[in-house]
Design a protein around this ligand. Structure first.
Ligand code: HEC
Length: 588
């Protein structure tokens, strides 16, 4: 009864609004200024400006149609499934108003009603950046062909650790660059992909190399047309150290003529250091992503239980052409469901990061879930394969992906990402028992927690998967050292440096292991090699000096006094703060 009453009221309402007459000046201009002009103006991504009455009137029927179908403005999430800060969704009333206005003849109305047109900066949106870096080389985008995914590397010239509160991307011609994302690359993984230094490299997705635990990339650094750069609040600025690379992953579209694309980025620093540590948590099950041809509703799922209280700050769903319905939700410990996002009709062209208006609190024990549905039938207009064929996970546009990224900020004080990462890696092992990376990260975490006994089998498992991996040999060696199995540690470190002669870290460990076995000459040899590679490495000098003091003591026992003194002297010159060396030289 009540429901019937409501629907009659709704009918009456819509009937009365239909009778109302709308003008551009009073009703339509505010919508266009706020929701369309950001992209539809000179220099932006939209193919024509939509600012003046003439601009809008000329395309009025098309505008009515595309706002009704919700193709414009581009906004993928379904209303009511997550409350997003920069939502660009028109209300049903606004959509109806545009259609009615067009049906009524698209009248201008009274000039006095017209609000002032929006003011846009064509330069840097946040004002002059503290540092501007340009891509080393332009990329030559061909005139025609399929979309291109190209990565540019930037090395910001800074001389000390900086905290970045915002990064603004100026991609060049915005009609060519559809969207872009930055990955902080501290290990210079990107440079290894380049054919020549500065050339950049192809590839649709970036997965940062992370063999050992380094959760520093806890921020979404995403650019899309019409969007203002996001400014991190105090305490959330991210670390940029001298020598760190920023890799800009761009999605480019040929324009009909050959073009040169050369993006630049502007960095905005702050003196307020990072005090809160978010982490990007990825739900996925690429291993299950084998979509048979013709499948209309193929589902991929993942469920991860949070090991601590946390807030979700933002979400980034990602699939390629076959993704259709993308869902992310949380099941709270009391069984209630909290929606994180729902995209009813995925279109990878409009992918972006969605930030919540207010952080979404999820207590410890909450299960976060992804349910991604794919359509690999011929009826899917976005299917790149006609006729359809088997599609699996991969990094090419014709492969598929299914990732739901969440920016998760643990509630407790301090840096709690290790706990999150540990739970994630254990979850990964459940999905992929033969995963090398998960074994490595779990092994490194156990070792860092002084649980070398448990780290040994983890590192051994990693080595069964990749016996020729120098990092894994080094990890196993370190775990052996931790439990006092020094001779076995030496074997592992020796194999690590045999596999990778420039692996300084393993050499340093080998030097320490030799010193622990009183094999002084061999220890000295390794320390010397470490210092040849890193002449200013303070820790290496300290350890070297300690070893020399012990060597001196051993010589002294054999009565070789002057040779011992020589070692103490060398130790002191390496590390002037070595008290043991000082004392022994004075007591001679
Ligand atoms: C995020 C940027 C962005 C916003 C906001 C945006 N557009 Fe667009 N619009 C584009 C781009 C890019 C294209 C061309 C590519 C395409 O059609 O997919 C486009 C195309 C169009 C077209 C032409 C489509 C065709 O089939 O030729 C119309 C009409 C249009 N937009 C109207 C609007 C209206 C009306 C709004 C606001 C209610 C709006 N747009 C908001 C970026 C935007």
């Amino acid at each position: 009864m009540r429901a019937a009453w409501i629907s009659i009221a709704a009918l009456l309402l819509s009937a009365s609004s239909r009778a109302q007459s709308f003008t551009f000046a009073r009703d339509i201009a505010p919508i266009i200024y706020q929701h369309c002009a950001t992209c539809h103006r000179a220099g932006e991504a939209g193919p024509f400006p939509l600012v003046s009455y003439e601009d809008v009137k000329r395309r009025a029927p098309l505008i009515a149609k595309l706002t009704r179908s919700r193709y414009m403005p581009p906004w993928l999430p379904e209303a009511g499934y997550g409350d997003f800060a920069d939502s660009n969704r028109l209300t049903d009333a606004q959509v109806r108003m545009i259609s009615d206005w067009v049906a009524q003849g698209a009248k201008f109305g009274n000039l006095a009603d017209l609000p002032a047109p929006p003011r846009f900066t064509s330069g840097w949106q946040l004002g002059p950046p503290d540092l501007i870096v340009e891509a080393k080389q332009a990329f030559a985008l061909p005139a025609a062909g399929t979309d291109v995914y190209w990565n540019f590397i930037f090395t910001p010239p800074i001389d000390r650790l900086r905290y970045v509160r915002a990064v603004e991307v100026r991609p060049g011609d915005k009609r060519l660059v559809h969207h872009a994302a930055i990955v902080v690359d501290r290990s210079h993984w990107g440079r290894e992909q380049e054919k020549s230094p500065g050339a950049g490299f192809p590839g649709m997705e970036l997965t940062n190399r992370r063999s050992v635990f380094d959760p520093d990339d806890g921020h979404f650094l995403f650019w899309k047309p019409g969007g203002a750069p996001y400014v991190e609040p105090d305490g959330l600025a991210w670390r940029l150290a001298p020598g760190d690379d920023l890799v800009l992953n761009t999605h480019l579209r040929p324009s009909g003529k050959p073009e040169q694309v050369r993006p630049s980025i502007g960095l905005y620093f702050t003196d307020k250091p990072q005090t809160r540590y978010p982490m990007l948590v990825q739900l996925e099950h690429d291993g299950a992503l084998n979509i048979p041809p013709g499948a209309r509703d193929f589902m991929v799922s993942d469920d991860f239980k949070l090991p601590l209280d946390a807030d979700v700050l933002a979400v980034y769903p990602h699939a390629h052409y076959l993704g259709k319905v993308l869902e992310g939700y949380a099941t709270l410990p009391d069984g209630k469901r909290k929606w994180l996002i729902r995209i009813p009709d995925w279109d990878q062209n409009w992918q972006t990061v969605y930030r919540y208006k207010d952080p979404v609190f999820l207590p410890k024990g909450t299960v976060v879930s992804m349910r991604f549905h794919y359509d690999n039938s011929a009826a899917n207009v976005r299917n790149p394969n006609q006729p359809p064929k088997l599609v699996s996970a991969g990094n090419h546009a014709t492969d598929e992906m299914g990732h739901l990224w969440l920016q998760v900020l643990p509630r407790a004080a301090g840096d709690r990402r290790v706990e999150l990462d540990e739970a994630l890696m254990k979850h990964r092992l459940e999905k992929y028992p033969d995963d090398f990376r998960a074994h490595m990260i779990l092994g490194a975490l156990l070792l860092a927690r002084a649980n070398a006994g448990a780290a040994v089998p983890m590192a051994e498992a990693a080595l069964r998967i990749q016996p020729k991996d120098a990092e894994a040999r080094n990890l196993l060696g370190s775990a052996f050292m931790g439990v006092g199995r020094v001779p076995e540690a030496i074997v592992q470190f020796q194999q690590a440096v045999a596999l990778r002669p420039d692996f300084v870290n393993a050499r340093f460990n080998l030097g320490n292991a030799f010193a622990r076995s009183n094999r002084w000459q061999e220890a000295i040899g390794e320390y010397n090699r470490v210092l040849a590679a890193y002449p200013n490495d303070g820790l290496a000098k300290q350890k070297f000096a300690q070893a020399l003091v012990q060597y001196g003591d051993a010589l002294l026992k054999d009565g070789k006094r002057s040779e011992a003194a020589a070692q103490y002297g060398k130790a002191l010159s390496l590390d002037p703060k070595n008290e043991a060396a000082k004392a022994r030289l004075q007591n001679r």
